[in-house]
Design a protein around this ligand. Structure first.
Ligand code: SF4
Length: 374
C-alpha cells in the first residue's frame, strides 16, 4: 500500500480537474447553486444510479420546488413522488429534515455543522452539498470515491472496516484542493462512475494511472478488498388480494418503522415453511381469518412475484378471494398495520407502493381483475 504522504495532492487534483474539464458528465444538477436542489440530487444518488435519477429528479422538483413545499406536504405525497426509486427511508428523512429546517426558519445551512445531524445526512453528503453549491473545500467519501481511493492505495482492508474509514477519509482530505473544490468533488465522482467502475475499470484513460498502486501491481480486480458474504436467504410469504362485494380491494399501510415503512400493500401473510410447501388455499383462508377476521371464498393462486432486497430475496405468492361479510363489519388488524382500508381500483394508484407490490397489483389488471374469474 502506498503511504498517504507519498501522494502528490496538488498534481493529482490538477490532473483530475483536467479530466473533468475535458470529459465531465453533463448532468442537470451540474453548476447548480441552489442548496435545496443539490440536496435532493445527492439523496437520490445515494443508492440509485444516475440513469434512473435523471427521470425522477425533475419530476420531484416540479412537485416540490422548494424546501417549504416539501415540508408542507404529507409524507404520503412525498413517498408517492419517490415511488420506484427504492430505499424509501431516504424520502422520509428528506421530508423530516425539510420540516426541521422550515421550523428553524427555512434557510438552508451554509456550514457543515448545520447539515450534520439532519435526518439522512452523513458527512459525505453534507460535504458534497457545500463543496458543489458553495465551493467550500470539504472532502467527500461516497461509495464511488472509496473504490477509487482503495485502488489508488492498493488498500488491503475491506471498505467497511474502521481502518478504511480512518485512512480513506484522511486521504480524501489530503487530495481535496483549495482551488475549485466543488469541481474536484464532481470530478472524483465522475472518475468512479465512468472510468474506475466497479467491474471494468478503464485504466488506460485514467488521469491517475501513474499514481495508482493497484494498476502498478496489475491487481486492479483485487481492490477494494471484499470479504465474501454468505448468499442472501430467500423468504416467502403470501399476498392476500381480498375484494369486498363492491369490488374494493383491502390495502394496508405498513408500520412507520422498518422495511418499506409507511408504504401501502395488499395484506402480506408470513407463513412458516410447513405451510408454504405445498401452499394450500385452505391455509391461506385460515390465516386471513386469524389476521384480519375476514371469512372469504377459497383463495385462488396467481403467479408468484420475486423481488430482491438488500439482505434477502423475497417470493410472494398472491392469492385472490372475495370477502363473504357485509359492509360495516370491522376488519381485524392482528398484523400490526398502521391503517387497513377497502379501496376502489381508482384509488390504488394514488397510494405509495413499493415496486414489488405494484407488480402484484398489476396482476389484477383486466381481464384477470375479477375475483369471479377465479
Ligand atoms: S488506474 Fe485504474 S484502478 Fe487505478 S484509479 Fe485509475 S481507473 Fe481506477
Amino acid at each position: 500500500m502506498a503511504g498517504v504522504g507519498e501522494l502528490d495532492g496538488v498534481r493529482m487534483a490538477g490532473q483530475l480537474l483536467g479530466f473533468y474539464d475535458r470529459q465531465g458528465r453533463q448532468l442537470p444538477w451540474r453548476g447548480e447553486r441552489d442548496l435545496y436542489r443539490l440536496w435532493v440530487s445527492e439523496i437520490m444518488l445515494q443508492q440509485t444510479g444516475v440513469a434512473t435519477v435523471l427521470s425522477y429528479y425533475p419530476r420531484f422538483l416540479a412537485r416540490f420546488p422548494t424546501v417549504e413545499s416539501l415540508a408542507g406536504s404529507t409524507e404520503e405525497a412525498v413517498l408517492l413522488a419517490w415511488q420506484g426509486l427504492g430505499y424509501y427511508r431516504r424520502a422520509q428523512h428528506l421530508h423530516r429534515a425539510a420540516q426541521r429546517l422550515v421550523a428553524r426558519g427555512g434557510g438552508l445551512p451554509e456550514e457543515l455543522e448545520g447539515w450534520l445531524g439532519l435526518p439522512g445526512i452523513g458527512p459525505s453528503t453534507a460535504a458534497a452539498i457545500l463543496a458543489i453549491g458553495r465551493d467550500q473545500p470539504h472532502a467527500i467519501l461516497d461509495g464511488n470515491v472509496k473504490r477509487v481511493l482503495a485502488r489508488l492505495l492498493a488498500f488491503p482492508h475491506p471498505l467497511n472496516s474502521s481502518r478504511a474509514q480512518q485512512v480513506l477519509w484522511s486521504v480524501a482530505r489530503q487530495l481535496t484542493p483549495r482551488q475549485r473544490p466543488g469541481d474536484y468533488a464532481q470530478a472524483i465522482m465522475d472518475l468512479g462512475a465512468t472510468l474506475c467502475t466497479r467491474s471494468q475499470p478503464d485504466c488506460l484513460r485514467c488521469p491517475w494511472q501513474e499514481h495508482c498502486q493497484a494498476h502498478r501491481l496489475a491487481a486492479v480486480a483485487s481492490f477494494p478488498v471484499v470479504v465474501p458474504r454468505p448468499g442472501k436467504p430467500r423468504r416467502r410469504g403470501v399476498a392476500a388480494l381480498i375484494f369486498d362485494k363492491n369490488r374494493q380491494l383491502l390495502l394496508c399501510q405498513r408500520p412507520a418503522q422498518g422495511l418499506l415503512a409507511g408504504l401501502w400493500e395488499p395484506p402480506t401473510l408470513a407463513m412458516d415453511d410447513a405451510e408454504m410447501l405445498p401452499l394450500e388455499p385452505q391455509s391461506v383462508a385460515q390465516r386471513i381469518a386469524q389476521r384480519f377476521n375476514l371469512h372469504t371464498t377459497l383463495p385462488q393462486p396467481l403467479p408468484p412475484v420475486q423481488h430482491t432486497f438488500t439482505h434477502f430475496h423475497l417470493t410472494l405468492y398472491p392469492f385472490v378471494c372475495q370477502w363473504l361479510g357485509e359492509e360495516g363489519e370491522g376488519v381485524g388488524n392482528e398484523a400490526g398495520y398502521q391503517t387497513v382500508r377497502w379501496l376502489p381500483r381508482a384509488a390504488w394508484h394514488t397510494l405509495p407502493c413499493a415496486t414489488l407490490h405494484r407488480k402484484i397489483l398489476r396482476l389484477l389488471e383486466p381481464p384477470t381483475a375479477s375475483p369471479e374469474n377465479h
